[in-house]
Design a protein around this ligand. Structure first.
Ligand SMILES: [Zn+2]
Length: 322
């Protein structure tokens, strides 16, 4: 009997250990976030519109729920942008919008002064039309942007939830941010980098997720900029082992989303995505086409990358790529 109790105890302990090491993401949760953000109710989340603000409110709700700390007493970082007045439904050329941002403080007395940023833009092209980035400019229809980039925000919230649930702290601090105004020219990330709530030199690596919801049959997760910090390419390849994914890792080839703003400011930056598709920047980029099961693998991989980088033994220095 005693032996049996010991045995059960050991099994329970191993199970707990396994549980602690393996975090499982939920396809349902991912889809819940994506389908809300990409619903017609939010009308394509164009910066400066009601739908854009509703998306920000939604993100803020989860930032608060999952215990992110605020900078300067607010999750919102408001800014103004100028929009071409011929974009549908825009009455004024100057609109107010906001980044949504918070952080988890690191656990190491010294390294907590360094910050890793994980981000995903939440804005999209609204109703499209002339002056927008739509590929179907003649069609006025809601551009739901389920992949671009409700998917990145869903990954951001899923990863944050995992930190909260598992009470994970890393040595370095982590900033979670959802940008607005990306589509009009990386405006949210530019505003953030020009108005950082921390010293610029303390921001070590930025990881950006833009279009991560359409994992293909070959399970390819693409990333540019992995060579912008020491041994980054090796790390990102190694994390692919046993992940169920085939990471396509580029040292340079930094890309064209918000992480580029960081890179241009000499901050190491990786951009992650699951590839292009015919619905890109059309009204057909809908939640029904999102691969939520695939997104679970993507979230797990990015979560592992984020915690690895935030606990990196080596000094995180910027490496310029061609
Ligand atoms: Zn995008």
């Amino acid at each position: 009997m005693f032996k049996k109790i010991i045995f059960l105890f050991v099994v329970a302990f191993l199970a707990t250990e396994k549980g602690a090491a393996q975090t499982t993401f939920s396809a349902e949760t991912f889809y819940k976030h994506d389908s809300y953000l990409a619903s017609d109710k939010l009308e394509g989340r164009l910066a400066g519109t009601k739908g854009n603000n509703q998306a920000a409110t939604y993100i803020k709700k989860y930032f608060k729920k999952f215990g992110l700390k605020k900078f300067n007493g607010d999750y919102y970082q408001p800014f103004k942008i100028f929009i071409k007045p011929d974009i549908n439904k825009m009455k004024s050329d100057s609109v107010s919008t906001q980044n949504v941002v918070g952080y988890i403080e690191g656990s190491d007395e010294n390294l907590k002064k360094e910050f890793i940023v994980i981000g995903a833009h939440y804005d999209h092209w609204g109703w499209g039309g002339k002056g927008s980035g739509s590929k179907k400019k003649d069609t006025l229809a809601i551009h739901n942007g389920a992949d671009d980039n409700a998917s990145g925000v869903s990954a951001l919230l899923s990863i944050l939830e995992k930190f909260h649930e598992n009470k994970i702290t890393t040595k370095r601090s982590i900033i979670f941010i959802s940008f607005s105004g990306e589509e009009e020219g990386l405006l949210g990330s530019k505003y953030f980098v020009n108005h950082l709530p921390v010293d610029k030199s303390s921001v070590k690596v930025m990881m950006n997720m833009d279009m991560v919801g359409r994992l293909n049959d070959k399970k390819e997760l693409y990333m540019g900029g992995a060579g912008t910090f020491p041994d980054g390419v090796e790390l990102m390849k190694k994390l692919g082992e046993g992940s169920g994914l085939s990471p396509i890792v580029f040292a340079g080839d930094v890309g064209g989303s918000d992480h580029v703003t960081f890179y241009k400011n000499d901050i190491s930056a990786i951009g992650l995505h699951t590839g292009g598709h015919p619905q890109y920047h059309t009204p057909e980029d809908d939640s029904a086409l999102i691969n939520s099961e695939g997104a679970v693998l993507v979230c797990q991989y990015i979560y592992n990358a984020l915690t690895s980088i935030a606990n990196y033994e080596q000094t995180l220095s910027f490496i310029k790529q061609n």
